[in-house]
Design a protein around this ligand. Structure first.
Ligand code: IMP
Length: 416
């Protein structure tokens, strides 16, 4: 049995908690795209863990985590994250595998991402982690992969070529200081030693796991509206965030995915630039930000907030093949007297990522439930208006809500 967990909005839907919650019944948790731009949060009894690159089901000790070929990998961020996880499970390293095909992030990727965001007009509102620049190198066929780390001579040659090109860009276009090759070379050779026992051919590892009837959970990062093809381009990330990304990001066939769980917040948020039809800059938006702690897990930036947009979910569920919804952060709405939901647009048949800046949402209102629901674990215990809200979402998205998260804690989930 295998499932994919994908975000249906602009990321930050709560996929970390969802994957951690579901992974207890799985053997392998494979992440297929993105890198340290992701911030997947899992709240344990007395601490909060933020995952950036490591699949977040690995806190379940039965789970092997795979960082797939479609990811871009920052070794320093990885080791910082690993050290943190070792405080919880000192043997966690044994359960982590990294694809030899995934591309490496280098300091020049991060530097160029930062310069573009801070000093040029080419601003996307990125996380400044070098993600887009590393994917640019990948598709320009000059990138360096995990497997390259283990051939010193070739690595040095490729690094020299890359640094000389990047230094030219840094000096001539951005008027910045050039980077020194030897420092980067030594650092990455040191990483190579520390990484080598974790590096695998992920395609082989996963096909053997499937052959052995292991249960696999595929983990997407960011959300469908940040997908490079189908998101609100150019305000997107540089990878394939949708379900099909699992195939190209891990080398598994499409039929390897039995079920798709779409994660959506009970409202909408976005961080960074770009269109957002239901954005609410009034008190309601501010209240959502405060109650939902809507600040980026990777960058700390305040997230833009607004009502749930059913048209978005109809669109993203379609392109992801979603059959069930995992509705998160329902508890955050408990302070609202009235809850607004955008059910359609007055000027378009459906969500259109090409013209998302022009869409005019039509709202319906339902009464709020005005009660703390974070301790509730049964659907029947929810206040009538909270149940009504969930049913309303099911009606307007055409999808079943199978799970509802009512708090940050691991166990704060209602299975419907
Ligand atoms: P990048 O992925 O850092 O290049 O950023 C591109 C866009 O994706 C920006 O709008 C970011 O804010 C957004 N983004 C990237 N990663 C995440 C995430 O994990 N959650 C939410 N937004 C993200």
């Amino acid at each position: 049995m295998s499932i994919a967990v994908v975000g249906l909005q602009w990321g930050d839907e709560g996929k970390g908690k969802v994957v951690d919650y579901l992974a207890k019944d799985f053997d392998v948790n494979a992440r297929y795209q993105g890198g340290s731009n992701a911030g997947h949060t899992v709240r344990l009894a007395d601490e909060q863990v933020i995952f950036h690159q490591i699949p977040c089901g690995v806190l379940n000790r039965n789970v092997i985590g795979v960082i797939g070929a479609g990811c871009v990998f920052d070794p320093q961020v990885f080791f910082d994250e690993l050290e943190n996880l070792k405080k919880i499970d000192p043997h966690i390293e044994k359960r982590i595998k990294i694809s030899r095909f995934c591309h490496l992030i280098f300091p020049y990727h991060i530097l160029i991402d930062k310069i573009r965001e801070e000093k040029t007009k080419q601003k996307i509102g990125t996380t400044k982690k070098g993600i887009g620049v590393a994917y640019e190198d990948k598709y320009a066929r000059v990138g360096m992969r995990m497997g390259d780390l283990f051939d010193r001579e070739l690595f040095e040659k490729k690094l020299r070529m890359n640094i000389s090109r990047k230094n030219l860009v840094l000096m001539e276009i951005y008027h910045a200081e050039p980077l020194a090759e030897s420092e980067i070379y030594n650092k990455y050779m040191n990483y190579a030693e520390r990484l080598k026992h974790m590096v695998v051919d992920d395609t082989r590892f996963l096909s053997e796991a499937m052959h052995d009837k292991k249960n696999i959970i595929f983990e997407g990062a960011q959300g469908a509206l940040l997908d490079i093809n189908f998101g609100t381009y150019p305000y997107v990330t540089s990878s394939h965030t949708i379900t099909s990304g699992a195939g190209i990001g891990l080398g598994v066939p499409p039929c390897a995915i039995d079920d798709v769980i779409g994660v959506t917040k009970a409202y909408t948020t976005r961080v960074g630039q770009g269109p957002f039809p239901t954005e609410d800059n009034s008190e309601v938006g501010q209240q959502l930000r405060a109650s939902g702690h809507e600040f980026g897990a990777t960058t700390g930036r305040p997230r833009r907030c607004g009502p749930f947009d059913a048209s978005i979910i109809r669109y993203t569920a379609r392109i992801n093949g979603v059959k069930k919804l995992f509705l998160t952060k329902l508890d955050v709405l408990s302070k609202l007297d009235t809850i607004k939901i955008a059910v359609r647009y007055s000027n378009a048949e459906e969500f259109d990522p090409f013209h998302a800046d022009k869409l005019r949402p039509v709202y319906e209102k339902i009464p709020g439930f005005c009660k703390d629901i974070s301790h509730m674990r049964n659907f029947d215990d929810l206040p009538a208006n909270a149940k009504k809200y969930v049913t309303f979402i099911e009606h307007h998205t055409g999808l079943e809500v199978s799970y509802i998260s009512v708090g940050a804690q691991r166990e704060a989930v209602i299975t419907k």
